[in-house]
Design a protein around this ligand. Structure first.
Ligand SMILES: Cc1ncc(COP(=O)(O)O)c(C=O)c1O
Length: 371
């Protein structure tokens, strides 16, 4: 079989990012000769320990905290779970969190989910209204992964702490895109693979004195919070990724959005609250998002849709229905998330591909439903 070789363009950086060459270079020695266990007393162990602590300082500098406040984890999910299960009492969170928070909070059992506004933002007032005398944790994401909308974590954190509750924020989609105001935050999660480091590493910021309940038990690694021999190469990679210079102007996202709005009829941007500069989520009336995703994939573009396959059925995104869209509207939505490798030429080609795909899909499968 002859396969056409289509040039690939990646516009799904909120799903994951390529590992930066500098990051690979910095971590490689710890995969080759320098394989020591950071808990060992001998020289190999001490070299590993030094590398681990250097990485911890880099993460701390990036977050604006002390290295003592950084706990390495296996990623964002584990960091989020550690935060949720550190709450002895009632939890307040939003209905549009990542499943790493939603499912953990449901498993915890004592939780109130707060609806966001139509603009995709979660207000400090709505969170404060849900806080009860037995609330011990508020968890609200800094940036939403599907919409790119930014929550005012300073205001939400101040409201939570004024009621004596700890405040956690899932910063997985904010880190590297925004400055991180930790002033009113007690716990903050980040994930390496959204930041040009490999998968399998993340960190939880734990403000000094905030009690975190371990989820796994063993040795006294990571200040006694997270047992298990540390992955020095992955920690080094996260440290190096935190030290990268990043360009965050948002100019290309704006061009992409303006191009699609100008060239494709009947489209709407979902979640028009304040947003990070790399993300846009667009709804195409009378188009199946999944069909659009596949059409764009065949033309060489990787994007993501407002629906996910679960148990064989296509389910609309809880984030999009959470901000008030109908199931059909959610399923007609596509997320474009840009990153360092994207160029103006790629954006122009993507706009053309989107316009052609939307026209084609509307021609071959006109839908009656008004979305
Ligand atoms: C907002 C948010 N939180 C948590 C996670 C989970 O992070 P990880 O993939 O590192 O477990 C993701 C990943 O998509 C995310 O976007």
């Amino acid at each position: 079989m002859v396969r056409a070789c289509v040039e690939r363009f990646y516009f799904d950086h909120n799903a994951t990012t390529p590992v930066a060459p500098e990051v690979i270079e910095t971590m490689t020695p710890y995969l080759r000769g320098q394989f020591g266990n950071a808990s060992s007393i001998h020289q190999e162990g001490q070299a590993a320990k030094q590398a681990l602590e250097r990485a911890r300082r880099q993460v701390a500098d990036f977050l604006g905290c002390s290295p003592k406040e950084v706990v390495f984890t296996s990623g964002g999910t584990e960091a989020d779970n550690l935060a949720v299960f550190s709450s002895p009492g009632h939890i307040v969170t939003s209905a549009i969190e990542h499943p790493a928070i939603l499912a953990a909070a449901k498993a915890h059992g004592n939780v109130t989910f707060v609806a966001p506004g139509r603009d995709g933002a979660v207000s400090a007032d709505s969170i404060e209204a849900a806080i009860r005398p037995d609330t011990t944790l508020v968890s609200v994401m800094h940036v939403n992964n599907e919409l790119g909308t930014v929550n005012d974590i300073e205001a939400i954190g101040a409201a939570s702490r004024s009621h004596g509750a700890m405040f956690h924020s899932d910063g997985v989609q904010a880190a590297g895109k925004l400055s991180i105001p930790l002033r009113h935050v007690d716990l903050y999660s980040i994930s390496g693979h959204k930041l040009n480091a490999p998968k399998g590493i993340g960190a939880l910021y734990v403000r000094q004195g905030v009690p975190v309940m371990p989820r796994q038990f063993g040795g006294r690694h990571e200040h006694g919070v997270r047992a298990g021999t540390e992955s020095v190469p992955l920690a080094v990679a996260l440290g190096a990724a935190c030290a990268l210079d990043r360009e965050n102007s948002g100019a290309l996202r704006d061009e992409l959005e303006a191009g699609i709005l100008a060239q494709v009829p009947n489209v709407t941007v979902n979640g028009r609250g304040p947003r990070v500069p790399n993300t846009t989520n667009i709804r195409f009336e009378n188009v199946e998002g999944e069909a659009m995703l596949i059409a764009l994939d065949l033309r060489g573009f990787a994007v993501s849709s407002g629906a996910a396959c679960s148990s064989g059925a296509v389910e609309p995104s809880h984030v999009l229905t959470g901000i008030g869209l109908s199931k059909e509207q959610a399923k007609a939505s596509i997320r474009f998330s840009l990153g360092a490798g994207n160029t103006r030429e790629q954006v122009q080609r993507l706009v053309e591909a989107v316009a052609a795909s939307a026209a084609h899909l509307r021609r071959i499968a006109p839908r009656v439903a008004h979305v």
